[in-house]
Each structure stands twice: as structure tokens, then as C-alpha cells.
Design a protein around this ligand. Sequence first.
Ligand code: CTP
Length: 403
Amino acid sequence: MERVRGRFVVLAVTGSIAVYKMIELARRLTQAGATVQVVMTRSATEFVTPLTFQAITYRPVEVEMFAMQDERAAGHVAMGREADVVVVAPATAHVLARLAHGFSDDLIATTVLATDAPVIVAPAMETHMWQNPATQANVSALRARGVRVVEPESGPLASGEAGPGRLAALERIASAIDDALATSGALAGRHVVVTAGPTVEAIDPVRFVSNRSSGKMGYAIAAAARDAGAEVTLVTGPTAIAPPAGVRTFRVESAEELRDAVLATLPRADAVVMAAAVADYRPIERVDRKLKKKELGRELTLRLIENPDVLKAIVAARRPGTIVVGFKAETGDATAEAGRMLREKKLDLVVANDVSDPRSGFGSEDDRVAFVSADGVEQLDLLPKSDVARRLVAKLAERLGSP
Ligand code: CTP
């Protein structure tokens, strides 16, 4: 927990039996050199007294009052502004709902609304409440806005039942805090352009040639770069997922549109991350009326032509110092192919992904990638895409240094 030294951590504790575990977290954070400001809901104080936290953090604890006057909440905007990280743990279904809907009538909600710092929530509740679509929708909404969710674990619950809902182990919450502080502000003042999703190459107004890219990786990178303080432009092909909030998003269809959109942003870009799965070919001619089977006959030959190489165009047009990252998805030796692409296309970094493993690659939640650069090959374990994205953002920050 070395990153917490000298940082201001707001620890918001809400009413769950798991409250007692936060005494240990507050102790570890304080011992590691953080200033820990504990905020408790009334119901949290039913489990542990504020005095316990006060004795451990050497600071008076704020106790939430429901139906707090707006003025008092407004006075506490300062806490959100001062925070380096806001941790809501344990987070009840109730507080998740309040945060998801942007309430501002109590201290915890106001702090989360007012802060630019990373926000971490560690839910803890009974299994059915956790699995309820209302709770899951609230968690998704928070995630989409960049809130880091430390998922609960499965195990025995206070209700006597067993299942998902137990507060995550302290080590996981502590490492989420460390991660949040690692990239927080690391890309402040930088402009990162990310491409994502497939491109769609029209045959006629209703038919097209495309690929299976979900866009998840690129969207996760855009979110991670935003969380690290960058100004982010996302150029995306059509996807089924919502782009992250707080990111300037341009929607494109074809490879040519994607290239033009990226080139337009290039003069102001400090880094370009080409996570889009650009279709390698497009139909030679696009017909602007729907083709009829009658005119096509029983056999159809589609003539395709190679699309422009967007990476090549970027490398040719970039100003010195702009970092360019390519992606290489392979069913064979992805790392070797990535190394070849790095040299041939004069890239700074290539993310190699072995898509023959069904747990990794198109549409999956996780990826097993390697970062390939002039420094060598760094193989990562199978990780959630959001973790891969954060690692990549840390690499960009390392290469860019201070603005
Ligand atoms: N890319 C690009 N322009 C294209 C095609 C791909 O800029 N017309 C980018 C992608 O965004 C990705 C990388 O190039 O970052 C993928 O490289 P590529 O060698 O085209 O990968 P594959 O399509 O897997 O190549 P191949 O099919 O030849 O193995």
C-alpha cells in the first residue's frame, strides 16, 4: 500500500454487518501514511461506533444524517474536492442505488458527486439483493461512469445462506485503492485518441461486411485513460455497448471514415491506441439501393478491395512524440507477429492477443495479452479487460512522462 502515503482517502462506510472489517482497512491505510477520513451512515454506526474509527484514524468521524439539509451537504463538497480517492465499503444495495442516481442530499452522495478523484465501491449484501436486476443495473451504471467496483465474493453470509454477496477480501479492496492511485492523474494534460469496435463496409443500404469485434477493449482503454486524467477522444465503429461517460465520442462506420476521424484528431494527440478491428477489405462498389435477388442470381461473387492501412497513415502523419499503439490478434504466435508489426509499421507498442484461447479475445470479458515494444515482450496473465486497459494506460503514462 505504498502509494497511499501522504494521500487523502475518504472511507465511506455504510450499514452492513461487514462494517467491522473496515476497522482493519482504516488501520492499514493510516499506518501506511494515508490521511483517512471516515464517513459513516447512521445504520453503519449501529454495527461499530464512530469512536472506534476515530481512535484508529486520529480524526473525527463524520456521521451521515438522512434528510440532511442541502446547505450542510453543500458545505461538504470540500471533502470530495480534497479526496485523492473515495472508497465506499461496504456499499449496501441502498447506497449503490443512491449513487447510481446521483442523489445529493447526504454527505456520501455529495462527496461522490463532487469529486474528480477515483471512486471505488465494494458492495456487500445478501445474495438475492446482489443478483437483483435493479442492483446489477445500478452497478453497471456506476461502472459506465468510471466507478471501480470490487465485486463481492461467494461464501457464507450473515443471513445464514451462502452465495455471492460477501464483502471482497481486504487485500482486494486495498489493491483497488493502490491501482486507483497508481494511474490517477498520470495522464493529466494529455490527449489520448482511442479507436474501438469493428468497421462496417456497406454492400448496399442494408447489407455489409464486418467482423466480430465487440468494442469492449477499446472502450475499457478510453475509460482507463479518462480515469488517469487524460482528455479522451473515442472513434468507434458500431457496437452494442455504451461508450464511457466523459469521453468525446465520434461514431463511424467504414475504415475510410475511421481513418479520416483519427487523422483529424492527430495534430493534438499525445497517443493513439488503435484497438479497432478495421475491416481489411471493403466491397469495391457500394450500391445505393437495395440489391434484389432477382438481379443477383443463384451465385453471388462479391469483389472486395483492400482498405487503407490506418496505422500507416497515422505513423506517416504524426508529430514527433505522439505514441502509436497497434493491436495484433492472432490464432498462432501472436507475440512474434506483433514484433514483426512493431518494426514494419514503426509503432511504439503492440498489444498481442492470442484469440485461439476462447477465454481471451473477441467478445470475451478477459484477455491474455503481451505488450511488445523495443524494450522486449511483457506477457500478462489472463485479466479482465479493464485491468489490461489500466496496465496499458500505465505504460502510456510511463512513456509520455510529464507534459
Ligand atoms: N489496422 C489498421 N488499418 C487496417 C487494418 C488494421 O490500422 N486497414 C490496425 C488495427 O487497428 C490493429 C492492427 O492494425 O491495431 C491490426 O493489424 P493487422 O496486421 O491488420 O492485423 P490483422 O488484420 O490481424 O492482419 P493479418 O490479417 O494480415 O494477419
